[in-house]
Design a protein around this ligand. Structure first.
Ligand code: ZN
Length: 303
């Protein structure tokens, strides 16, 4: 009896060891009109230096160092396996992802985080308002999209989220990534900045949060009986993004930084990096400002 147990023990250890090796167990898929397009896989590629695109139809970015990696955004619940596979395809290990960050707490950017956290063992960091929504697994009552309801909004809850404050810098290896809390689209929305180097040439990268003034039907950015105007805070966030050191802009929805056009450009002329554009953050902010002004005019007209 004892002998056979002893003989079995190495096998048991081996099996448990194998199960620990980044076996990603995805959560139930989210259903929405755009979800099929958003969850389409995409080949991973280098954006610049140690910064890689590992998402599908929604952006996810991996920043790598010899000491461990940082992942920004987890896509939909059904995107998590794509992100995990893309990380491994590039030759990195999912278990070397030490930190997971998020742009904003909607199901299309936070939905895959719980599964990615379980499989990697990474620590999730978020702004104080985003921590509440991530741990709830859905937006809080003050989110402009809250009234869409739980079936539309909710995503797998994330455990043990640590708070990162405005202007705080997270460090791992030679990465220093700074949080810029840019509320408006959501109450805890966060933009992230860091430097990546190609040889000696180090440039400023920005993962700018969504700055879209979209909401559930009855929400008013200009305020109503239930809340004061969100306009000053939103405008401040837009100003913040416009003023960031920014050689490369990345956004949660890839069409907002013209991903496909830039990849086609790079194909044509591989010696140039079309992602480098020091006017991109300013243009992104200007377009958001225009949309917000239009939204304000519509709300005022409908009073
Ligand atoms: Zn959103």
């Amino acid at each position: 009896m004892t002998t056979s147990l002893h003989r079995l023990l190495p096998l048991v250890v081996l099996l448990f060891g194998a199960a620990n090796a980044a076996e990603l167990v995805a959560d139930a898929p989210h259903h929405c009109d755009a979800c099929e397009t958003w969850s389409k896989p995409r080949e991973p590629f280098r954006i610049y230096g140690n910064t890689w695109y590992v998402g599908g139809g929604l952006s996810s970015v991996l920043i790598t160092t010899a000491k461990g990696h940082v992942l920004i955004d987890g896509g939909l619940p059904q995107t998590a396996p794509t992100i995990a596979a893309n990380i491994e395809k590039l030759g990195f290990k999912l278990t070397d992802v030490k930190y997971i960050l998020n742009s904003h707490t909607h199901y299309d950017h936070a939905g895959g985080i719980a599964a990615l956290q379980r499989a990697s063992g990474a620590q999730v960091f978020a702004s104080p308002a985003s921590k509440l929504a991530l741990e709830r697994g859905g937006p809080m009552e003050d989110d402009p999209q809250f009234a869409f309801g739980p079936e539309h909004n909710n995503f797998p809850p994330v455990k043990d989220v640590r708070i990162i404050k405005e202007g705080e810098t997270l460090r791992i290896g030679n990465i220093a990534i700074t949080a810029h809390i840019t509320p408006g689209h959501t109450p805890g929305g966060t933009s992230w900045t860091w430097e990546s180097c190609n040889g000696d040439l180090c440039i400023a990268l920005v993962y700018a949060d969504s700055l879209n003034s979209v909401s559930a039907t009855d929400f008013r950015f200009t305020g109503d009986a239930s809340h004061t105007s969100r306009v000053p805070v939103f405008e401040k966030s837009i100003d913040t993004v416009a003023a960031l050191p920014c050689d490369i802009l990345i956004t949660p929805h890839p069409e907002f930084f013209d991903l496909d056009a830039k990849l086609a450009q790079r194909e044509k002329n591989p010696s140039q990096n079309p992602f480098i554009d020091d006017g991109a953050c300013k243009a992104y902010a200007a377009a958001a400002r225009e949309r917000l002004a239009k939204r304000i005019a519509e709300e005022v007209a409908s009073k």
